[in-house]
Design a protein around this ligand. Structure first.
Ligand code: ZN
Ligand code: ZN
Length: 151
């Protein structure tokens, strides 16, 4: 993989800083009840990346939280400001989900999932990327991203 694609991000207090040296795999907003609770807001936006592309500095704490799949995930927080920076899902080895808005540059969601649980006062203009629950990854992710996670 070429290393000419670099993204940077940080927590609110800048104790935690990270770099992603590689193209993100996919970005999605999730409107499920678990994500509402973990953010204290209406949805979460996650950008999936390869773990090998990820470099982080600054101390984080982690906790295991439940997911719909039952396998759970580890959420990582800055130990000073408490911002939830990234997580690792039990079912996706070798990959990390960044909290998209901790990135310096904006990335738009390519999908909205668990739209069945979406707050009624949120109107998503692009209906073609809305999924009642989960999408079929083989049909939704780019070919390039699918190839990378199968390596
Ligand atoms: Zn912080
Ligand atoms: Zn969710």
């Amino acid at each position: 993989m070429k290393k000419n694609y670099v993204l940077k991000g940080s927590c609110a207090c800048r104790n935690v800083n990270y770099k992603v040296e590689g193209k993100p795999l996919f970005t999605q907003a999730c409107h499920c009840k678990n994500c509402k609770l973990s953010t204290g807001s209406s949805f979460v936006i996650h950008t999936m990346i390869m773990e090998e592309d990820f470099k982080i500095s600054g101390d984080v704490a982690s906790i295991n939280l439940p997911t719909g799949s039952g396998k759970g995930y580890h959420a990582y927080f800055c130990i000073i400001c408490g911002v939830y920076v990234f997580c690792r899902y039990g079912i996706s080895k070798g990959r990390i989900a960044l909290r998209t808005k901790t990135l310096e540059e904006p990335i738009e969601p390519q999908a909205h999932i668990f739209v069945k649980d979406k707050d009624p006062w949120i109107e998503i203009s692009n209906k073609s990327i809305c999924h009642d629950k989960m999408y079929d990854r083989e049909r939704t992710w780019s070919e390039e991203s699918l190839k990378r996670i199968k390596k």
